[in-house]
Design a protein around this ligand. Sequence first.
Ligand code: PLP
Length: 398
Amino acid sequence: MNDKLKLETILMHLAEEREAYKGAVVPPIFQNSLFTFKDWQSIDEAFEDRINQFIYSRGKNPTVKMVEEKIAHMAGGERAQLFPSGMAAITASCLHFLEPHDHVIAVKNLYGPANNLLKNYLVKKMNIEITFVSGENIQDFENAIQENTKLIYLESPSTAVFTLQDIQAVAELAKQRNIKTMIDNTWATPIFQKPLAMGIDLEVHSCSKYLGGHSDLVGGVVIGRQEDIDDIFHHEYELLGAKTAPMEAWLLMRSLRTLPMRMEKHQSNALAVAQFLESHPKIEVVHYPGLPDFPQYTLGQKQMSGYTGLMAFKLKTNMLEKIKAFVNSLKIFQVGVSWGGHESLVYAPAISYLKELDEEQFKGLGISLGDIRISVGLEHKDDLINDLRNALETSFEL
Ligand SMILES: *Cc1c(COP(=O)(O)O)cnc(C)c1O
């Protein structure tokens, strides 16, 4: 396809060969486990080129491949590999770079299960060493480097407190020291942040969030250089059997067609909501990288071209009953985990933490009971703001 076309146009058409499927405007779902060949010689030749040929759907599948080509183009990578979940993509990327006794530097606010994978699972299974850093200064990384450091794992912005890392500076440092880098780019999406162009080796996403965007699929993707992605395909994908369902890939292809437009809307809605919350007397602080008052706003402006819809804020109360009343008073924001879909959601870290800790221990962690996370969806911003205003007015007094 013509590389001079704009992203919106390319996402509609790239990798779709309509004449090959009778002109169907939407490609079919290739829901087949195997592919047949006309004779001995043609299957023999297919085995010579397993990266590009369709033989068995634990390997390459045409529906999955179409989506991979679109995502690779969008992120500016040579290749992309879809996975059945974001966690499968993260696990594959870690296993690709790591060998037993290697050392990893990761940001301490990493997505919870990724943190668990490194700290509990890989430490136990592979004796890897791990250092968590706050990641706000390049010195954090420099100081943590050891002889056996093989990988630096970033998540910018993080999706707990939205802290950023200087992606280009970390990539340069890592290259000088011969260390590989990966980033979880789920929050910003390739629409608003291009880590591969800043020198990062692998970019991973949960497609269950904005890339899918309709809360009807779970998926993941890794994007990078051909040599890394081909190796991940042969080992962590095909050998470990992390096969992507063609149906999920097909839903994701549908979603990518509207991704640029959805992200513009998430951005304008979220900015309006963040500004409303910031000015409300019952809100102590809003954590949102798109607000000029955000502590790392300048860094965000340097490395992102826009902001998405997930943010957190703190209510000016520490009384659990009032916090519960606030959450329960919301009518449009629905209570649930995950984020990045068309619908607005609310979640409080206290819901899961209080299962393991009492209120005193909880405060000791530096998280407050009144911390609330919202995913701003695609409803009209006035309705979202009115919903929040009403819940703030009715749930507690200062
Ligand atoms: C949800 C999420 C993941 C994991 O993705 P799944 O598709 O749920 O496996 C990884 N990173 C971030 C930042 C996420 O929000």
